[in-house]
Ligand binder design. Structure first.
Ligand code: XMP
Length: 522
């Protein structure tokens, strides 16, 4: 699907900073659309994209290193405002005739900026600002036309600018939370220096994207694999708004879902939103294939393969029912999945993969793809969902892995173990919600360990399974820490599981961080 035209955009050249995506999000929070492109994008290609301004990101390299990523210096002659951040600023100095040298003291962590308030970047900001530094190089000679516009304890050139050509550099990172007024500095750049208005709103996105979808698919029909997760749910409601009954969602009940999940999805999407939806009841098929399988990777493979088979069969039936019309497959691909990450970056984008992103299906079944969310970051998807009337329960729900409860039962998957983990999971969910902790954490769930231990219940000896409780915080699933929830909450969850779930007599709390542990146990 072609990207919907957006009237104004800021281009971010990625030099491999771990914060490049954060810059893009901050710009969008200012109401201005932003896109990330690799650092080696030619000035001519940049000009064709018609940006209102360019940001050069930070990066791990030193500008004087042999293989340092360089920028096409013709970008400085495009007549566009440029803002270099950290490495980006040093590139500007280096590329326009200044001098950059290794600093004797690496500046890392908090610093105090004395800003030149006459500079448009600091409009309506105080002269003294807290900023976050992370760099080892410093500018020792400014290029012609540039002047210092701010200094920190260690750096007389913490902010530089050529106010005639609208080229600026910041030694610190305005995009991180440790630079509390950094968002306003970026807003000043995009609004006051680049002249952008605040036209990137989720309302305008919905309108434009609906039109785009209609233009792309015309009278043809679209199939969407609905998982009940945030992305596919928002994609479903958005597509339905655009093409109504020409959208059919396929929901696969693989028997590995949480309690009541299949019914809740049906009630919401088919019932409330009146979306055409087919549920494929395939639990037996999945469980048969998983019988006796204990290896986590094999479990995942089997589930992924079965999913494709079931989905393919359902899609084929739909195609047969209306030949020629079902030409499109929709996917909830997000922006971090499509950013061309640069090799120096180790960019963590898109590392959480879902087998619900039915990989390979479009080509195999000769579908064309519709990806209405491919311009959006996750927080924007949530905002679109809210605008479209989806409840907080859906748009802020915790991630649930594609292979479902199968990776939360260690060892063999049986109907009995599924029941136990499902019941325990329901209790965790209920108590997390009741205590207000559910929305404060990344994930909270129960894992069944195939370990039996002795207990006493009344006068009887028991010999039953152990439930591990996993409650973690995380920003993106790449790293995680266990949550210091109140003991009382742990006590309540534990006592409810032991009292209410037949087959479990012991609860442990998982206090491992990721890395080295993972969030899921398999
Ligand atoms: P791990 O266990 O690797 O999980 O620390 C990181 C995040 O990814 C989720 N996860 C998955 N999500 N399909 C998914 O859609 C999967 O196969 C899958 N495996 C893990 C996990 O729940 C956590 O949020």
């Amino acid at each position: 699907m072609s990207a919907a035209p957006v009237s104004e955009k800021i281009l971010i050249l990625d030099f491999g900073s771990q914060y490049t995506q954060v810059i893009a999000r901050r710009i969008r929070e200012c109401g201005v659309y932003s896109e990330i492109v690799p650092f080696h994008t030619k000035a001519s290609a940049i000009a064709k994209l018609k940006p209102s301004g360019i940001i050069l990101s930070g990066g791990p390299a030193s500008v004087y290193a042999k293989k340092a990523p360089q920028v096409d210096t013709k970008i400085y002659s495009l007549g566009l405002p440029v803002l270099g951040i950290c490495y980006g600023m040093q590139l500007i100095a280096h590329g326009l005739g200044g001098k950059v040298e290794r600093s004797t003291e690496r500046e890392y962590g908090p610093g105090h900026l004395k800003a030149d308030r006459s500079c448009a970047l600091f409009h309506k900001l105080p002269a003294s600002l807290e900023v976050w530094n992370s760099h080892g190089d410093k500018i020792t000679k400014l290029p012609t036309g540039f002047k210092p516009l701010g200094k920190t304890e260690n750096s007389p050139h913490a902010v530089i600018g050529d106010t005639k050509r609208h080229i600026y550099g910041l030694q610190f990172h305005p995009e991180v939370v440790h630079t509390p007024r950094g968002g306003e500095i970026l807003a000043n750049f995009v609004h006051r220096i680049c002249g952008c208005k605040s036209s990137w709103t989720m309302g305008s996105f919905i309108e434009r994207t609906c039109e785009d979808i209609r233009n792309q698919v015309g009278d043809a029909k679209v199939i969407l694999g609905l998982s009940g997760g945030v992305d596919s749910s928002v994609a479903a409601v958005l597509l339905h708004k655009a093409i109504g009954d020409n959208l059919t969602c396929i929901f696969v009940d693989n028997g590995l879902l949480r309690a009541g999940e299949a019914d809740a999805v049906k009630k919401l999407f088919a019932g409330e939103f009146r979306i055409r939806m087919q549920t494929v009841h395939a639990a037996d098929q999945f469980l048969k294939k998983l019988k006796g399988v204990t290896d986590p990777e094999r479990k995942r493979k089997i589930i992924g393969n079965e999913f494709i088979k079931v989905f393919e069969a359902a899609a084929r039936d739909l195609k047969k029912s209306d030949p020629g019309h079902y030409r499109f497959l929709a996917q909830g691909t997000l922006y971090p999945d499509v950013i061309e990450s640069v090799s120096i970056s180790g960019n963590p984008a898109a590392l959480i993969k879902s087998h619900h992103n039915v990989g390979g299906l479009p080509e195999r079944m000769k579908f064309e793809l519709v990806e209405p969310l491919r311009q959006l970051f996750k927080d924007e998807v949530r905002n679109v969902g809210a605008e479209l009337g989806l409840s907080k329960e859906i748009i802020h729900r915790q991630p649930f892995p594609g292979p479902g409860l199968a990776v939360r039962i260690l060892g063999d998957i049986t109907a009995e173990r599924l029941r136990i983990v499902r019941e325990a999971d329901s209790i965790v969910l209920e108590e997390m919600k009741a205590s207000g902790w559910y929305y404060k954490v990344w994930q909270s769930f129960a894992v069944l360990l195939p370990v039996r231990s002795v207990g006493v219940m009344g006068d009887e000896r028991t010999y039953e399974y152990t439930i591990a409780l996993r409650i973690v915080t995380s920003h993106d699933g790449m790293t995680a820490d266990w949550v210091r929830v109140p003991y009382d909450l742990l006590a309540k969850i534990s006592s409810r599981i032991i009292n209410e779930v037949n087959g479990a007599n012991r609860v442990c709390y998982d206090i491992s961080t990721k890395p080295p542990a993972t969030i899921e146990w398999e």
